[in-house]
Ligand binder design. Structure first.
Ligand code: MBD
Ligand code: FE
Length: 288
């Protein structure tokens, strides 16, 4: 396992936001993917967003002081590298709802800012890469990937990534081994997989940057419930991006990113040895 080049740097939340911006910037495909969007659609979307802003200003008689504070804050979000964080926390959940509303299988949840493709393949059964002294209770998860008609999907990919017990993601916070708590599993000929990892802790989004400033100015809280991130894919099927949650988490009903759905809450069983076992399957929609 490799560690990052800055072992003495302390993992800070704002640094994670800046890393997310750098990574997203490196990918030019977001513009490529919409290059054929007609100008009429572009104009409609922009006009409606602006009309919402204009209506709010008139309705609440927004002052010049408030307008200038907004201007300064928007500039700061970019300088802090927090646009991925802001958008994924307060906007992505609606895009996700719209993108998956037609599905008969799992509908999923937001991707968030910390996905990295091509995590090490551990086969159908194995442990997520973790440090020898990784904090957190062991979690053993058995599952199957099926198509909507119940056919098991052999060779499906299950990509898993999640934060460590301190709330940091590898490759976004410094000082964590490169692929820590990130892995890809490939289902066996029955579509089954078995994953060993740790149960993640509740997660606080960065409060030391502009998003944190907005949260405290509005009197909100910065918490997400503990969660596992997943992408599940199989040939001929729509890719599923999801998150799984744990029962009893105080923020399941009050997620800052509005990304919890009841069907995504696991039912883990205490194994009597300080760990948990859990079963959760995925159902993918065939591409129509
Ligand atoms: C996360 O880990 C996350 O999942 C989201 C949606 C936003 C910030 C950090
Ligand atoms: Fe997350």
């Amino acid at each position: 396992m490799t560690t990052t080049e800055h072992p003495n740097e302390v993992a800070t939340a704002a640094a994670s936001g800046a890393s997310a911006t750098e990574r997203f910037h490196a990918d030019k495909s977001p513009f490529e993917a919409v290059k054929d969007t007609p100008p009429e659609r572009v104009a409609t979307l922009i006009n409606e967003v602006l009309a919402g802003v204009h209506d709010t200003i008139r309705k609440h008689k927004v002052t010049y002081d408030e307008y200038n504070a907004l201007k300064a804050w928007l500039i700061n979000v970019g300088e802090d590298g927090e646009w991925p964080l802001f958008l994924d926390v307060w906007v992505e959940h609606v895009v996700e709802d719209v993108a998956t509303e037609h599905r008969e299988g799992n509908k999923g949840s937001i991707e968030g800012p910390y996905y990295v493709p091509n995590a090490p393949d551990q086969g159908s059964k194995g442990a997520v890469p973790m440090r020898e002294d990784e904090k957190g209770d062991p979690l053993l998860w058995n599952g199957q990937v099926r198509s909507c008609d119940g056919t098991p999907l052999a060779g499906a990919k299950v990509e898993l990534w999640h934060a460590d017990d301190d709330g940091y993601y590898s490759q976004f916070a410094p000082g964590i081994p490169e692929w820590n708590l990130r892995a890809t599993f490939t289902t066996d000929d029955q579509g089954n997989f078995e994953i060993t990892t740790i149960r993640p802790a509740p997660y606080m989004i960065p409060t030391d940057g502009s998003c944190g400033k907005m949260i405290s100015a509005a009197g909100w809280h910065p918490w997400r419930p503990a969660h596992l991130h997943l992408k599940v894919s199989a040939p001929g099927h729509e890719q599923l991006t999801a998150q799984l949650y744990f029962p009893g988490d105080a923020h399941n009903d009050d997620d800052v990113a509005s990304a919890v759905k009841p069907e995504l809450i696991l039912d883990p069983q205490d194994n009597g040895k300080g760990g948990y076992t859990v079963a959760y399957d995925f159902v993918l929609d065939p591409v129509k």
